[in-house]
Design a protein around this ligand. Structure first.
Ligand code: ADP
Ligand code: MG
Length: 341
């Protein structure tokens, strides 16, 4: 017998793809805050995010009449047409995060548009029961509170690691975003303890300071800055010297048009650029930003949007390899030290 699945089940299936752990909730909610134009984003976690993930922003807010709609599947304010999809500038566009997260948690959204007299709030467990928001107190912006993640999907919850490990993943998710938006302030608390407090970073010294607080003082002390434009693309950021060899590939941040990407192609090109100066068992460290014509890259490849497809991967490879290889040739050789992390 063929039947159409109920909405909540459809959303739970989608949640399986997009929301595999608390870190994914952090990523999706913080990206929504950025898309809403937030200048400061505060993230509160309890028990590694299993008890609570709360993201509060000072962005544009949501009209009360639209709040329930935000939890409908494929409901988005960010694209209207295929044309928009091809030049998408926002981090979100699939309209999947909020319905997915709601389907596997106890969720509350509270939001106030600037100029509105007060905020409105709406919540539910797995589904929205009351679809009418009620008045609430909140400064302009939006807070989303996600409690008891996977409370109704025990099979999913079994795959989670310890609270400490889940916290580390969540912190990494926020750090990766913080390295992509120096103009925005970020704060992170875990079990009421302040873990990060990053003021908006204007100017080169403040940006370096943010990189140092996320990647470590020793990275920034042993990194060279790069800013190269060639082949119609620009590559800028920080490359750790070969002396800063890592035993793990844990300090590799690569962004394409502001979006963190975990694609094989840049990793491969950068490894090759390091091949003659670093032992092959070690991993280079970098925080790099590639900017190119958005038409040259497709971000709609994977639900988590961390993979991209380059229209001309060969050119991107040559650009990355060429720029970093040349940079490394220009720096004085230093003895390689093995670091035990
Ligand atoms: P997407 O980000 O792909 O559009 P989401 O499910 O993440 O889909 O969010 C649905 C919609 O809810 C967004 O398009 C946006 O209009 C609204 N929204 C979500 N979070 C916020 C926020 N923090 N501030 C303002 N609007 C938000
Ligand atoms: Mg989103």
């Amino acid at each position: 017998m063929i039947r159409i699945l109920p909405d909540q089940l459809v959303n739970q299936i989608a949640a399986g793809e997009v929301i595999e752990r608390p870190a994914a909730v952090v990523k999706e909610l913080v990206e929504n805050s950025l898309d809403a134009g937030a200048r400061r984003i505060e993230v509160d976690l309890e028990r590694g995010g299993l008890g609570l993930v709360r993201v509060r922003d000072d962005g544009a807010g949501i009209e009360p009449a639209q709040m329930a709609l935000a939890f409908e599947r494929h409901a988005t304010s960010k694209i209207k047409s295929l044309d928009d999809l091809e030049r998408v500038a926002s981090l979100g566009f699939r309209g999947e995060a909020l319905p997915s997260i709601l389907s596997v948690s106890r969720l509350r959204m509270t939001s106030r548009r600037s100029g509105a007299g007060h905020a409105w709030t709406l919540g539910g467990e797995g589904v929205l029961f009351a679809r009418q928001p009620v008045p609430a107190a909140h400064p302009p912006g939006t807070s989303i509170e996600v409690r008891d993640l996977f409370f109704n999907t025990p099979a999913r919850r079994k795959f989670l690691k310890s609270e400490a490990t889940e916290f580390r993943h969540a912190q990494n998710a926020l750090d990766r975003i913080a390295l992509s938006r120096f103009d925005v302030g970020f704060a992170l608390r875990h079990n009421q303890r302040r873990v990060r407090d990053l003021a908006p970073a204007d100017g080169a010294p403040a940006r370096r300071a943010r990189v140092a607080s996320i990647c470590g003082e020793d990275f920034i002390a042993q990194a060279v800055e790069i800013d190269e434009s060639r082949m119609g693309m620009r590559l800028h950021g920080w490359v750790g010297l070969p002396s800063f060899a890592r035993s793990q590939a844990d300090l590799q941040f690569f962004y394409v048009n502001g979006r963190l990407v975990r694609d094989r192609l840049p990793g491969f090109a950068l490894r090759r650029a390091f091949a003659d100066v670093m032992h092959s068992a070690h991993h280079p460290a970098y925080v790099l930003y590639l900017e190119l014509d958005p038409a040259g890259v497709d971000v709609n490849v994977h639900p988590q949007k961390t993979e991209v497809r380059f229209r001309d991967g060969g050119r991107v490879h040559d650009m990355l390899f060429g720029a970093v290889h040349q940079l490394l040739r220009g720096v004085r050789p230093q003895p390689e030290q093995h670091r035990v992390m």
